[in-house]
Design a protein around this ligand. Structure first.
Ligand code: BGC
Length: 238
């Protein structure tokens, strides 16, 4: 049935610390299905997460191909790290495992990289940072991704990393007002380091932003995380 469509249907899945979300699209701006969410199994070891992932994917047929955004470093479809999940993930060939189980082509990339594809215009230096359980970051030059940036684990201030200062645990501890002040300092530091043309801020906790940010900083809706997964299959524009 799916092959009779003119344009293929892409299912994109976003694995988060709290939930696994999925939706099908014909184009980045044209969803086919509703967005479906299941809870991330806890402890989030690779076996139960794979089963939850496959369960969600099966609910979203029909589709022709699948993109998965993963909350850690992914190289060539193989997981290298998963700081906010549990157990041993390094070396898990998740792309191949999912593809075998569902019988469709799968591409898996870092979650912030996927979200970035949903946000960018494709011109100049564009950066995205995402706030959820962890802090994600991705960088693009004229639409080309620099993969697995992992800025969240770099030192920010007071001997702590960006993720330690601005991740979910920090927000829960310090509250929104102080978190917003930290965010302003982080944005200003990132501007000085990367000289981006535009910085996008996404992830579930972007909704906690109540502060004024510079004009080249854009808060994006969480939904773009999923639409970004469609772009991965589109040829780069010339
Ligand atoms: C991980 C990143 C991920 C981010 C958001 C960080 O802890 O190291 O790979 O993009 O969390 O999920």
């Amino acid at each position: 049935m799916t092959s009779s469509h003119h344009r293929p249907i892409t299912l994109t899945v976003d694995i988060g610390g709290q939930g696994i979300k999925g939706r099908t699209f014909r184009d980045p701006g044209a969803p086919v299905s509703a967005r479906i969410r299941v809870k991330t199994p806890r402890p989030a070891r690779h076996g139960p997460v794979l089963d939850a992932l496959v369960g969600l994917i099966e609910k979203l047929r029909p589709f022709d191909r699948v993109t998965i955004g993963f909350p850690g470093v992914v190289v060539g479809g193989v997981v290298q790290s998963a700081p906010n999940l549990d157990g041993r993930w390094k070396g898990v060939p998740l792309q191949e495992r999912v593809s075998e189980r569902i019988g469709a082509p799968v591409r898996i990339i870092n979650d912030a990289d996927m979200q970035g594809f949903g946000a960018i215009e494709g011109r100049g230096v564009e950066m995205i940072i995402t706030f959820g359980t962890g802090m994600g970051a991705a960088m693009f030059v004229d639409g080309r991704l620099f993969p697995n940036l992992e800025l969240g684990h770099h030192p920010f201030e007071k001997g702590k990393t960006y993720e330690e200062r601005l991740g979910q645990a920090a927000l829960d501890t310090i509250g929104k007002a102080q978190w917003n002040r930290r965010l302003v300092r982080a944005v200003s530091l990132l501007q000085r380091i990367f000289n981006f043309d535009t910085l996008y801020i996404g992830g579930g906790n972007a909704r906690c932003i109540k502060t004024k940010l510079p004009d080249n900083v854009v808060i994006v809706k969480n939904e773009i995380a999923l639409s970004g997964g469609v772009r991965l299959w589109q040829p780069p524009s010339s």
